[in-house]
Design a protein around this ligand. Structure first.
Ligand code: SF4
Ligand code: SF4
Length: 129
């Protein structure tokens, strides 16, 4: 494994305060993920890619932005691994955010009052400037 790969793994571990190598790929997280059908890489596959330092593959994955931060995976994980937090850490490491990102004041008022708070928090975590 190269230095850049090791750095990527260290950075994810540092940002999450966890150790991705605790995951032993049982797949329970993916089996309970409500968004799994839409994902290109399942949650456990994202963790495996992090373990292997395959940064570019992960950063091109739509899974990072489909995760609904519902924490179902963490509840099912025998190791209590917080995959939503790992996804967030990887998003943080993405290249500078582009024009697709928006601020809280740009959410239409009628939507802001109707959507569950969890949805808004999840959207802000992924797309806020
Ligand atoms: S937090 Fe994300 S990865 Fe985990 S179960 Fe929910 S949608 Fe799936
Ligand atoms: S449930 Fe936990 S240990 Fe099992 S694959 Fe998912 S993250 Fe890894």
């Amino acid at each position: 494994m190269g230095e850049n790969q090791r750095k990527f793994i260290d950075r994810v571990n540092e940002l999450t305060g966890d150790n991705v190598y605790r995951c032993y790929q049982c797949g329970r997280c993916s089996a309970g993920c409500p968004m799994a059908m839409e994902m290109d890489y399942l949650p456990n596959q994202i963790i495996r890619l992090v373990q292997m330092g395959r940064e570019e593959e992960i950063k091109g994955s739509k899974t990072l932005f489909l995760c609904a931060t519902c924490f179902a995976c963490q509840g099912r994980c025998p190791k209590g691994i917080d995959i939503a937090q790992i996804m967030e850490a990887i998003r943080h490491l993405l290249e500078p955010k582009g024009s697709d990102f928006f601020g809280p004041d740009e959410v239409p008022e009628n939507l802001a009052s109707e959507l569950p708070q969890q949805v808004l928090v999840s959207i802000y975590k992924k797309f806020a400037k």
